[in-house]
Ligand binder design. Structure first.
Ligand SMILES: Cc1cc2nc3c(=O)[nH]c(=O)nc-3n(C[C@H](O)[C@H](O)[C@H](O)COP(=O)(O)O)c2cc1C
Ligand SMILES: Nc1ncnc2c1ncn2[C@@H]1O[C@H](COP(=O)(O)OP(=O)(O)OP(=O)(O)O)[C@@H](O)[C@H]1O
Length: 153
């Protein structure tokens, strides 16, 4: 491979991150900053409500959640996830790395197996948790919603 092509290839390291991102908070920013640092370009897949089956359904629409994630400085592009096959966007994007959130419920080995089954060469890394940095941080959408219910419910 010529020097230019090799240099170009290295400069195109695509990272994919994913999540619900219902009500954004500093934990999301930390995760996406970590994901962005794993490569040169960060595309974020925003989960469809039908695919958020491991916790309460998001409050905000997928379009609204996508728009806010897309507006973040560290995100090159946020896209709505596929409704049926969560690996379809991965097949289309062919990322170099999938960045999992620190507590994301996906099993990295299961993801690696599915990537291999689909002939996709892609790393699977896990980001760290954001450590609290000041008094009264709410680093979880669920905690934000619980406070809203307590104070405004
Ligand atoms: C590799 C990967 C690809 C994903 N692709 C999609 C997708 O295409 N559509 C979607 O609705 N969700 C997609 N998701 C998100 C999952 O559906 C899941 O709901 C998401 O991880 C939200 O979990 P969390 O917000 O609790 O972290 C993907 C997740 C992973 C790990
Ligand atoms: N405090 C945090 N530190 C680092 N990453 C976080 C933090 N909170 C959420 N994330 C990451 O952001 C991604 C999207 O998470 P999600 O949209 O489920 O937010 P959440 O605050 O974890 O929601 P909930 O509190 O309802 O579980 C996940 O990969 C998750 O690991």
């Amino acid at each position: 491979m010529s020097e230019n092509a090799h240099t170009k290839a290295e400069a195109d390291r695509l990272v994919v991150a994913q999540g619900t991102f219902d009500i954004l908070h500093p934990g999301h920013v930390h995760y996406l900053e970590q994901a962005a640092a794993m490569g040169d370009r960060l595309v974020v897949i925003v989960a469809r409500p039908t695919n958020v089956d491991h916790k309460a359904a998001p409050i905000c629409s997928a379009n609204q959640r996508r728009e806010l994630v897309d507006a973040l400085e560290v995100v090159d592009e946020a896209i709505l996830g596929d409704t049926e096959d969560i690996f379809r966007p991965i097949e289309r994007l062919e990322p170099d790395v999938i960045a999992l959130g620190h507590d994301q419920h996906h099993d990295p080995e299961a993801i690696r197996a599915e990537l291999a089954a689909r002939g996709l060469e892609c790393g699977v890394e896990r980001a760290s948790a954001r450590e609290p940095q000041y008094e009264d941080e709410l680093l979880s959408t669920r905690l934000i919603i619980e406070r809203i219910l307590r104070r405004r419910g």
